[in-house]
Design a protein around this ligand. Sequence first.
Ligand SMILES: C[S@@+](CC[C@H](N)C(=O)[O-])C[C@H]1O[C@@H](n2cnc3c(N)ncnc32)[C@H](O)[C@@H]1O
Length: 234
Amino acid sequence: MHHKTADAPKTAGRVIHGGIHGAHWYDLFVRVTSFGRDRAIREKLIELASPAPGDKVLDVGCGTGTLAIAIKPQVGTGEVHGIDASPEMIQVAKEKSAKDGSDIDFRVALIEAIPFPDASFDLVTSSLMLHHLPDNLKAKGFLEIRRVLKPGGRFMVMDFAAHSHSRLGHHLPSILGHSRGESMVDKLTPMLRDAGFSDVEGILTRHKNFAFIRARQGVSKTLRTTREKGDAHG
Ligand SMILES: C[S@@+](CC[C@H](N)C(=O)[O-])C[C@H]1O[C@@H](n2cnc3c(N)ncnc32)[C@H](O)[C@@H]1O
């Protein structure tokens, strides 16, 4: 499932291609590798993220759009947007939301260059996505997410509990029912703090093989100083 297509934007992240058929098979692939827990872990993510009526939400690396479609009813007249590097995944997401009658904006775009203005969103979500990115790209992505969040906005992450560097490695722990490798919570929490997020917390759930991390948009010291200087000058 890892081939490039002509109109996919360039990224160092692992992008899921394999044509429209590959993207259609993706949902089944996740069902199998999560041992059928995909629905439960996404529901837990939504519960912890607590989207509210009127919220504006962005799902980064949205894949085939399952999470964004599940969030839409919770925000009522609010907006849900989903971005993914893979045109095939976005195509399937659009088909699924049209079938569901959900009004969601799905677009091909990268986490490292999020196509929205500063302070656009109340909530950004990321599901089973960050393990696809090398660390320097995660760090860039976090800065972008902080930029597009409104002050005090929430970032909710769900991913495999253990980070493995082998290709199949990140799926094997969940297939085998246990976690091996570097802890995702231990790895991501300092990175999120470095990116200027506050209230960063790893949340323990009954889904032991999955990491849930919640953070808030916090204005970093450097940015605050720059803003204060800017205010002082004018
Ligand atoms: C394992 S899938 C997760 C999809 C979905 N969030 C889910 O929970 O099923 C990871 C997704 O990240 C996307 N991706 C990889 N690099 C990316 C980047 N730089 N920006 C945005 N999406 C990216 C891939 O194309 C893929 O659809």
